[in-house]
Design a protein around this ligand. Structure first.
Ligand code: ZN
Length: 161
């Protein structure tokens, strides 16, 4: 069975940066995604289309097909009192925030003074070329509920409990 829209694929992968440092990996068959539902970055999803169980591939993904290019407009200084008073703000901390049009975004603190906290709304991997080493473990048809929700249920996916 080939990977295509509305199939669930279990993959093992290792993600490395341009210097060969391992950024992320899942090698125990615990990562599953619903193909065609944008569960994973476009460059990886495109590379996996048409592959089947036991196939292996290496793919290099440009920022445009990964987590996007860096946008300096995403770096903003916000008043300290926008943050919880009882939390000591440190560089590298991450917070959930909202863009002006209400989209959820994760921001990373890049500097902090008593008056202002400067946060970066770029994805931590924005602007990076990514190397994926992937092995396809299995491919199956998605269930109707998975297609409806746009994600995998059960092993390797969401457990709604
Ligand atoms: Zn669901």
């Amino acid at each position: 069975m080939q990977i295509e829209d509305n199939k669930v694929a279990v993959i093992n992968y290792t993600l490395t940066d341009e210097q060969g440092n391992v950024i992320d990996q899942s090698q125990d068959g615990s990562f599953a995604y619903l193909h065609g539902a944008h569960n994973i970055i476009p460059g990886l999803e495109n590379a996996l289309a048409g592959k089947q169980a036991e196939d292996k591939l290496q793919v290099t993904i440009n920022p445009e097909d990964g987590y996007g290019t860096r946008d300096d407009n995403q770096i903003q200084a916000v008043p300290r009192d926008m943050f919880p008073a009882d939390v000591e703000i440190q560089v590298g901390m991450q917070f959930h925030a909202e863009t002006p049009d209400g989209m959820p975004v994760m921001v990373t603190v890049v500097s902090a003074t008593e008056e202002h906290i400067t946060v970066d709304g770029n994805h931590p991997l924005a602007g990076q070329t990514l190397n994926f080493d992937v092995e396809i473990v299995s491919v199956r048809d998605a269930e109707a509920g998975e297609i409806e929700h746009g994600h995998v249920h059960g092993a390797g996916g969401h457990d709604h409990g």
